[in-house]
Ligand binder design. Structure first.
Ligand code: ACM
Length: 258
């Protein structure tokens, strides 16, 4: 079953949400995709110095951004996954919206990173999957990748594609996600940003990885562009790495407890 996965690698201007959103849409408009993945905090920028600053950019999960993404999804018959600072009551979360024409859903980053901990609460949604044109899509955000449990939980819940909005500052994720894809036999789509913000540099290298752990596409460290790859989503259902070895059936959870 052909499924077109797109990643957007942007270079947002800090706190300029409107132009940043439009710049991403302009890149996306050049392609057709069934699923688009945009970076973490793709519209606001990342490097907040105060809670007040983060709170000013934050919005509710059903706020204006959800309407904008839903309208894009409806117009282009696709799903869009994109990171944003979320306001929920008194708390802020580092979240991603999943938007289609008919629904939106929010994922809240489970493993918040570094300075994010000053302003953003650890996510409380857990990991979930949604169907996009028959393909099961799960979401995790940036540093979640460092915890193998994130991708494994999504894969055990049936995810065939992991949508992974990111703002990567450490060097290991692009190579590490090959292993996450391989050990779970899933596609992964990591959408990162480029440039630097208030002295913090981002590494680009957005990519789409196959269940064999091979790169379908990887963008450059400084490129601003979108890329789309048509994959056969069914291959993510096959968890066998040898005729006698199924990675999920052969698990031994009773030996995994601490
Ligand atoms: C990160 O989680 N943005 C490094």
């Amino acid at each position: 079953m052909e499924f077109r996965i797109g990643v957007v690698q942007n270079s947002p201007k800090f706190l300029k949400a409107g132009p940043n959103i439009q710049a991403c849409f302009n890149l996306m408009d050049e392609f057709d995709a069934d699923l688009w993945v945009l970076p973490e905090f793709f519209a606001s920028g990342y490097n907040f110095k105060t809670r007040k600053e983060a709170a000013k950019c934050a919005e509710k999960a059903d706020g204006p951004l959800s309407k904008v993404l839903q309208a894009y999804a409806a117009k282009h018959d696709c799903a869009v996954v994109a990171g944003f600072p979320e306001k929920a009551g008194a708390k802020l979360f580092n979240s991603a919206l999943f938007a289609t024409a008919s629904k939106t859903r929010v994922y809240r980053k489970t493993h918040v990173f570094g300075g994010e901990k000053r302003f953003f609460s650890p996510g409380d949604t857990g990991f979930w999957t949604e169907k996009v044109k028959g393909v099961s899509v799960g979401v995790m955000i940036c540093f979640d990748w460092f915890f193998p449990e994130s991708a494994r939980t999504l894969a055990l819940k049936g995810a065939e594609v992991i949508a992974h909005p990111a703002n990567l500052v450490l060097p290991w994720c692009p190579e590490g996600m090959k292993i996450r894809s391989l050990e779970n036999r899933v596609f992964s789509a990591t959408a990162d940003r480029v440039g630097s913000e208030r002295g913090l540099g981002f590494i680009g290298q957005s990519q789409i990885v196959t269940p064999n752990g091979s790169l379908a596409v990887r963008l450059g460290e400084n490129e601003v562009r979108a890329a789309v790859v048509a994959v056969d989503a069914w291959t993510a259902k096959d968890k066998k790495v040898h005729p006698a070895c199924d990675l999920f059936e052969d698990r031994r959870p009773k030996y995994y407890a601490r």
